[in-house]
Unconditional design. Structure first.
Length: 212
């Protein structure tokens, strides 16, 4: 498996070159804010267990939102190959971790992505990286689903794209309504997945998901 590295310099990335450094200025400024957060929730930021916490959280938060510095169109564009294959390509069960933009609490689950090539294919791992690039930002599941679909449609111009995401939202599980087992399913289609019921059903069947 490809080693997870982080991008965080935030400026001159080529779109998908990941580097393992955190932006020092941003880490410092986030850490000082998290120190205030600790105070405001009634903690003592000076007690032993919390001394390094603001800096750790600052780095974790930069990691969890590193998608802002990745350009998914470039990831796909850089590995676009001419190929006459015209059947459905499905990448299912792509692990997905994101943060809901309303509570900044995780939601996580799986993405299933399919497309039918129209002269061009891409590396399968690139599809997963596109999912990750959009997921590692503050998101709502609906927008995330559509952004993945549109990116693939725009760059590969396939006959159709299908994206289904199933996710659990900790903001529902840990707080609020506390519906522990609820899973949210969203879907977005283009082209033949939209116009041709049989194509869409074949995809739904292959990924084994019930669309509500
Ligand atoms: Zn939420």
């Amino acid at each position: 498996m490809e080693e997870k590295k982080i991008i965080l310099e935030g400026i001159a990335e080529t779109g998908f070159e990941r580097i393992d450094k955190f932006n020092g200025r941003r880490t410092k400024s986030l850490a000082s804010l998290y120190r205030k957060v600790l105070l405001n929730i009634g903690e003592d930021p000076c007690r032993e267990g919390l001394i390094d916490t603001p800096e750790r959280v600052a780095k974790a938060m930069q990691y969890l939102t590193h998608g802002y510095f990745i350009k998914p169109e470039e990831i796909l564009g850089a590995s676009r190959f001419h190929e006459d294959y015209q059947q459905m390509v499905i990448v299912k069960d792509i692990e997905l971790y994101s943060l809901c933009e309303h509570h900044m609490v995780p939601f996580f689950g799986k993405a299933h992505v399919a497309y039918i090539p129209n002269g061009y294919i891409t590396g399968l791992s690139k599809i997963a990286r596109v999912v990750d690039a959009f997921a590692r930002r503050l998101q709502v599941q609906e927008r995330l689903t559509v952004q993945i679909r549109d990116c693939i449609q725009d760059v590969l111009n396939p006959v159709g794209v299908a994206v289904v995401i199933e996710a659990k939202h900790l903001c529902m599980v840990m707080r609020g309504v506390q519906k522990q087992n609820s899973v949210t399913t969203t879907s977005a289609f283009t082209g033949c997945f939209l116009n041709d019921n049989r194509t869409r059903e074949e995809f739904i069947h292959m990924i084994g998901v019930k669309l509500h």
